[in-house]
Design a protein around this ligand. Sequence first.
Ligand code: GDD
Ligand code: MN
Length: 419
Amino acid sequence: MTALLPTPEGSLVVAPLGENQERVRFSLVIPTYNEATNIVPLIKSLEALLTPQLGDSFELIVVDDDSPDGTWKVVQAILPAHPRLRLMRRQGEKGLSTAVIRGWQAARGEIIGVMDADMQHPVEANLGLLAEMGRGADLAVASRHVSGGGVSDWSAARRVLSRGAQLLGLLILPGVLARLTDPMSGYFMLRRSAIEGIELSPLGYKILIEVVARGRVRWIGETGYVFRERAEGESKVTARLYLQYFQHLLRLRWATLPSSSLFRFCIVGGTGVVVDMGMLFLLSDPRMLGWGLTRSKIIGAETAILTNFLLNDAWTFRELARTAPGLKRKFRRFLGFNAICTAGLALNVVLLNLLFNVWHVDRYLANALAIIAVTFWNYALNRRLNWAPGGPLSRRSRAPSFAAARAPDNSSTRGEAAP
Ligand code: GDD
Ligand code: MN
């Protein structure tokens, strides 16, 4: 293998390894920008750590963006004495996320990973991560927010910013962020196959979110680590990165919308309105059957609940429905759906009254707000109580859930597939 790597060009896709291509167990990418003082000690401690575990079957790939402090020069000088070390000096393209992906593109590992060069990520956590991968994880993340993890000396302001960013992500992309205790982590590894052939387009720093949102990641393992203070060099985090993070979240939200169950739930809800209206017309319109309004509305609404249920069971929550087959259980879900939607209707009326009579909101705006609130209510309750594996309405609690079956110690493992 050559030690000096050319920078891959074109789209940010990690290709599968060729049949006859040399491969290693693990490729660790270390992005650097002005880390001349940190990089050599880091490389040495990584070699000391990984050689007993992996022998020759790993590589360390430094991706340097032509650092003014000459980080690449320092690395280049030690290449001959370090056979597992590779260097990519990028000129032109810049930025942390693309540096990492360019490094992965040049990597020959079945497992590919990333960590910082500045000693803030303790090297030892790599062993915990490799152990998680060995247990079958698709992605293993070093987290500051599980047992054994933490931040050493952060100011209250930085803690609040970090948690605030996490909360914002949870609101915009719950299906991704809820799977990670530390979505901001820049220290993780994954099975190459989880992102092979998928075009990545990250923005800013948060490449982990990109991987979870777009990759084929079923099982996520985590291990704790303490984020150390920087002793040498300085952080490149700026206010602009927070803005990029926000843009990145929105971009991922848009890209993953069709696969979001909330989105499907809303589409189904829309078809329900059409069914409800159509029934009201058929039953109550003087030109049609001309039945009483209340009777017609009740039959129409119940029909819409039935069609909504069938669509949600077959489409919105199909993966979850598949874990509990059989007509009897389907019927039980139908009853649960009915109960939740009826309670939702009551909530709708209460909200409409509050908004209109107490807060004097325009009646149509009030109705729209009430409908939006109830849609979230219906979705959340159905997802948690009715379609959740082992949920209280499903009476399946004795069957082991997917997560528990795959990982006996699920304190550190989140096994659930993304919705
Ligand atoms: N090639 C390249 N190009 N490397 C970069 C660039 C870049 O534009 N910007 C930063 N790096 C390298 C740094 O040299 C360092 O090795 C690593 O990326 C992280 O950059 P820092 O500037 O040290 O980031 P941080 O310490 O503030 O942020 C860290 O903590 C975050 C969690 O709060 C990083 O680990 C983030 O990934 C992590 O999300
Ligand atoms: Mn750092």
